[in-house]
Design a protein around this ligand. Structure first.
Ligand code: C5P
Length: 232
């Protein structure tokens, strides 16, 4: 699997998204992430648009429901020809297996399927006191990643600082997709556990998801090229 930089297109409209992507030279088609905000605003048409323009698409909708519902939803997303989708590992191994089944096309091909372990916004305290999960957060992350692997998924979304322990538990071929990336000379914004593209590469991330360091840069194309240069 080739390392790549995925740009988080956290825009609220098609117009803003295309205005941003139009800044890139004609031959440059970054891998993009479409999240809930953009998808709920514009629907499947935005996915078709970006695919038609030549972008790979990670559709970040984090499905979590009963296995049958997730399986049917995944079938629809697979027909949209996305390149990567995700589910919450908390939905259980049975739900992840159902997701994989729904995603697999009659010819055997399918988008990459990635699990969210614990959201990086969930603290160990909230996990233990509110959700009554008694284990430590790192043990939970490793267990959820192992469950995802057991279900046949391709990898997990995690903090770049967690990528090493996930690889250790699940094998080098199990993908780690890591947000929380900042340049060494830039602001952290609201991210807490961050690292640079170069360090993410050293730790073993396969894909870095980068939003504001590129989308809010004065020169987004230069910021994207810098990410590629440091990471790929
Ligand atoms: O702007 P920034 O680089 O912080 O954007 C990171 C992207 O990755 C956002 O779309 C955010 O929702 C997403 N993400 C994250 N942390 C996670 C999972 C997803 O920052 N644990």
């Amino acid at each position: 699997m080739n390392r790549d930089v995925i740009i988080a297109c956290d825009f609220s409209s098609r117009e803003a998204t295309l205005e941003f992507l139009d800044r890139f030279p004609a031959g440059r088609k970054p891998f993009v992430k479409i999240g809930m905000e953009l998808f709920y605003a514009e629907g499947p048409a935005i996915v078709r648009d970006l695919k038609a323009r030549g972008h790979k698409v990670f559709l970040d909708l984090k499905l979590h429901d009963i296995p049958n519902t997730v399986k049917k939803a995944m079938k629809v997303l697979s027909n949209l020809d996305v390149d990567m989708v995700n589910v919450h590992a908390a939905g259980t191994v049975a739900m992840m297996r159902a997701a994989l089944e729904g995603l697999t096309r009659p010819d055997g091909t399918r988008p990459l399927l990635i699990a969210v372990t614990q959201l990086t916004s969930t603290s160990e305290e909230a996990m233990q006191k509110e959700l009554l999960i008694g284990a430590g957060i790192n043990d939970t992350i490793v267990k959820y990643a192992s469950n995802a692997r057991e279900a046949g998924l391709d990898g997990v979304v995690c903090s770049p600082l967690e990528a090493g322990m996930v690889k250790q538990a699940c094998g080098a071929g199990f993908l780690t997709i890591t947000p929380g990336i900042r340049f060494a000379d830039a602001a952290a914004d609201d991210q807490v556990r961050i690292t640079t593209p170069a360090r993410a590469r050293e730790i073993g991330s396969d894909f870095i998801v980068v939003g504001r360091p590129i989308t809010a840069a004065a020169d987004p194309v230069a910021a994207y090229e810098r990410c590629l240069k440091e990471f790929v």
